[in-house]
Ligand binder design. Structure first.
Ligand code: ATP
Ligand code: MG
Length: 343
């Protein structure tokens, strides 16, 4: 166990919708275990628009550049006004090429027990970096929409290598590359081609599988235990990670990390959940699990293990659960129970 008492500067973004509620909950729990983070609180999303008419203010970018580390609540991209998705902008600004989304069963007796898989989503290219066009043809009913995404060999290699390296470091056995090279022959064919080359370097150490995305979706529902580490392109990763979240209790339980060479941003997979914002019933566990990933990222596995154990204790006990988990506890109830469990 580390007894490291060094403080670590980190950027904290409360975000929109349920963001401020779950961020408050998570920082309280982090404080309870004596987490080393010294927060530099910054604005983004609608909060940024309201304050300085910018969903991603310069100051926020500079803060992340300085700290190289951020915990962020969900951000809403304002509709209209020509704002590009802030999450996408943030990933591109800092070259956060890897989106790591672990799926682990915490709630016992659910539909799927003992699930423990990790999905890596390529974060900078594919259809998320698409040039989209609308081509009017004569009368509008004849118009055509056109989208051209791109993948580069270098980025395909980098993300697949990152997944294999993760597998090696975390004693994982298998990496599955998910693609649609039978239809998107070039766009995802390139991903598969580069992925196979990378897999070759790990031969004998890490087992390698390939799956077409549609078959993978079905297999994830029929037999998710066959998967260990999955690596896939941007859009497929977006869709499959919502699916895997659904295996273990839904979006309220799904954390994510965006990792680049110089910065890492930790977040919940879910959005701002405007339908329940301000009601005090949001589940803070997805963001708390993201904070646990952040602790592991800075080598504080001791504190991460403590919070993991606390979550397990509270959830297994089953008396304090938020509405999305079938209970009637408020965010504050759950936070109090978690604080007690980790103290
Ligand atoms: P956004 O546009 O910001 O993505 P959204 O409308 O897509 O918002 P999500 O946040 O993606 O909403 O959530 C989808 C559904 O899951 C909503 O009904 C929401 O209430 C629920 N949900 C998401 N996160 C949580 C959470 N942490 N706790 C409880 N329910 C949640
Ligand atoms: Mg959403």
């Amino acid at each position: 166990m580390t007894t490291d008492s060094k403080t670590i500067p980190a950027t904290l973004i409360a975000g929109d919708g349920i963001g401020p509620e779950i961020v408050e909950s998570v920082t309280e729990i982090l404080d309870t275990v004596g987490a080393p983070f010294v927060w530099d609180r910054q604005l983004a999303g609608m909060a940024g628009v309201d304050a300085v008419n910018d969903p991603l203010p310069k100051q926020t970018i500079e803060s992340i550049r300085r700290t190289g580390l951020a915990l962020k609540g969900p951000l809403t991209t304002p509709v209209g006004g020509g704002f590009k998705s802030i999450n996408v902008t943030l990933r591109q600004e800092f070259g956060l090429f890897a989106n790591l989304r672990p799926t682990k069963t915490i709630i016992p007796g659910g539909r799927f027990d003992d699930i423990d898989l990790v999905l890596f989503r390529e974060n900078l290219e594919g259809y998320y970096a698409a040039m989209e066009h609308y081509i009017p043809v004569g009368d509008d009913p004849k118009g055509i929409a056109l989208s051209s995404g791109f993948n580069s060999r270098a980025e395909c290699r980098r993300i697949v290598k990152f997944a294999f390296e993760y597998a090696v470091k975390n004693n994982r056995k298998t990496v599955t590359i998910v693609h649609k090279a039978n239809i998107l022959k070039l766009l995802t064919g390139l991903f598969l081609e580069e992925g196979r080359k990378v897999a070759e370097e790990y031969k004998g150490r890490i087992e390698f599988n390939e799956r077409i995305v549609d078959a993978c979706a079905m297999q994830l529902v029929i037999n998710p235990w066959q998967f260990d580490v999955i690596v896939t392109t941007n859009l497929f990763g977006d869709i499959l990670s919502d699916l895997t979240a659904g295996l273990v209790g839904g979006l309220g339980m799904a954390p994510g990390a965006n990792i680049g060479e110089k910065a890492a941003v930790f977040e919940a997979v879910h959005g701002s959940a405007p339908d329940i914002a301000g009601k005090g019933i949001a589940n803070p566990l997805a963001l708390l699990l993201a904070a646990v990933m952040m602790l592991r990222h800075v080598n504080r596995n001791d504190l991460a293990d403590r919070i993991d154990a606390g979550i397990k204790k509270v959830i297994t006990n089953g008396t304090v659960r938020t509405k999305d988990l079938g209970g009637n506890a408020t965010t504050k109830d759950l936070t109090a129970a978690l604080k007690q469990a980790v103290a």
